[in-house]
Ligand binder design. Structure first.
Ligand code: SF4
Ligand code: SF4
Length: 227
């Protein structure tokens, strides 16, 4: 089973060509900042939130309450966080001047653009897709997928992102199997999942060991809550 992210402009990644590491695609960011304007589709993973929190040196919970809207995804039943735009401009609130104020800690979706990523939640195999570039396409300025992923530091985080996709699928199945929102303990379960996925992280320690520990505690607890 694959978790396929839809393209920003509604393109279906499944219809886009898959890239192998040494395949080239035409793209060079022109630095215009348009992808940070009027953007409402930035869903954060727990690792995205942790990285932003560490960059700002504010707790994940404070960053979430200041910059995000929380919601429960209808189909997966999972709690999720979306970056909220500036109410006056509609732009991302980390867009300052003409640049990203948190560039090194920008969310995966920003680092990936214009690529899409899918993760097989059984094998952890990742695939990358390129949508028709909406910007920055220039003949003769092609680059390989591997160099793009390396330069955007996506290679470094791929293991965490794969584990995140697998764990979220496991939790989603448990919530769905328990009846989803119809379960009388659903709200309590979602709050506990949100803590484990997004909030219970000490910024002085690395994300991944804390994530693993949170999930080890969460899974048996979830079964008890949802009974
Ligand atoms: S990715 Fe595209 S829209 Fe975003 S800054 Fe670069 S050229 Fe502009
Ligand atoms: S987080 Fe940074 S790169 Fe992403 S939309 Fe906001 S300003 Fe742009």
């Amino acid at each position: 089973m694959s978790a396929v992210e839809p393209g920003r402009c509604g393109e279906n990644w499944a219809d886009c060509p898959t890239l192998a590491p040494q395949d080239s695609f035409d793209f060079a960011c022109a630095g215009c900042g348009d992808c940070c304007r009027k953007r409402r589709d930035l869903v954060l993973s727990g690792y995205d939130l942790y990285r932003i929190a560490r960059r700002l040196w504010l707790s994940p919970r404070i960053v979430a309450s200041a910059f995000c809207k929380s919601y429960v995804a209808e189909v997966s039943c999972l709690p999720a966080l979306r970056l909220t735009p500036d109410p006056k401009t509609g732009n991302c609130r980390f867009f300052e001047g003409s640049a990203c104020a948190i560039h090194a800690a920008r969310p995966l979706a920003c680092a990936l653009y214009p690529l899409g990523q899918s993760i097989d939640t059984v094998t952890a195999k990742m695939e990358y897709y390129v949508q028709t570039p909406l910007c920055g396409a220039r003949a003769g300025e092609s680059r390989t997928l591997q160099s793009y992923l390396d330069d955007a530091a996506i290679t470094d985080r791929a293991g965490v992102d794969a584990r995140w996709a697998i764990v979220c699928t496991q939790i989603s199945r448990r919530l769905q199997a328990a009846g989803g929102a119809a379960n009388p303990h659903f709200s309590a379960a979602v709050k506990r999942v949100e803590r484990a996925l997004y909030f219970d992280y000490d910024l002085g320690d690395e994300f991944y060991p804390q994530f693993q520990q949170n999930i080890e505690i969460l899974l048996p607890l979830l079964d008890k809550i949802l009974k």
